[in-house]
Design a protein. Structure first.
Length: 171
C-alpha cells in the first residue's frame, strides 16, 4: 500500500490488509522535507535529495541518505529531522525488486486518476442530480479499468504471479 503519512491510513492498512506492507509516498515525503528548506536553496537541495530514491538498491540509498544528512544537518536541521523520521518508510519499495520502483514508490497514478475525474466533472459544471454525477464518474472508471486491463497494464500479470510464487516458497 502506498500513501502519504496520514496516521489514519496507516492504521487502516494495518487493520484491514493483514500482512501488507506500507510505503510512504516518496513525492509527498519530499514535499514534507522541502517545506522546511529555504526558497533560495530549494532547487539544489531537492535535486540532491531526489537521488536517494533512484539508487539501485536499499543499501546505496541508505548510504547516500547518511551522506546527505551529514552535509545538511547543520543548515536545515528541521528538514533533516523529517528525513530521518520517515526515510525507512519511504524505502519499502526496495523490498519488491521485481516491480518497477517508479510505479510502487508514489501515489502519482492515483492522483492522476483523481485529476482526470475532476477535469471531466468540471466540464459538465452543474449536474442535475447526484446520480448523474455518479454515472459520469462510474462510466469513466469502467473505461479506465478496461483500458488498463487490456492494453496498458500498470504492473504486468506475469510480474504479480512471479511475486506470488516467491511468497509461497518463503512461506
Amino acid at each position: 500500500m502506498v500513501s502519504d503519512a496520514h496516521k489514519g491510513l496507516q492504521a487502516a492498512v494495518k487493520k484491514c490488509f493483514l500482512g501488507a506492507s506500507w510505503q510512504r509516498c516518496k513525492v509527498h515525503f519530499m514535499r514534507n522535507i522541502l517545506a522546511r528548506v529555504g526558497h533560495r536553496d530549494k532547487a539544489q537541495f531537492a535535486g540532491r535529495l531526489k537521488q536517494i530514491w533512484v539508487q539501485p538498491d536499499r543499501e546505496s540509498a541508505l548510504k547516500l541518505a547518511e551522506l546527505f544528512i551529514e552535509e545538511y544537518e547543520e543548515v536545515y536541521p528541521e528538514a533533516i529531522e523529517t528525513l530521518r523520521q520517515g526515510l525507512e518508510d519511504s524505502l519499502q519499495f526496495y523490498s519488491f525488486e521485481d516491480f518497477d520502483s517508479k510505479k510502487i514508490s508514489s501515489t502519482n497514478m492515483q492522483e492522476r486518476l483523481h485529476r482526470e475525474v475532476r477535469r471531466r466533472s468540471r466540464v459538465v459544471g452543474i449536474f442535475p442530480s447526484e446520480e448523474s454525477y455518479v454515472r459520469l464518474v462510474t462510466s469513466y472508471l469502467i473505461e479506465y479499468s478496461e483500458d488498463w486491463a487490456t492494453s496498458r497494464s500498470y504492473i504486468r500479470a506475469e510480474t504479480i504471479e512471479l511475486c506470488r510464487a516467491k511468497l509461497k516458497r518463503v512461506a
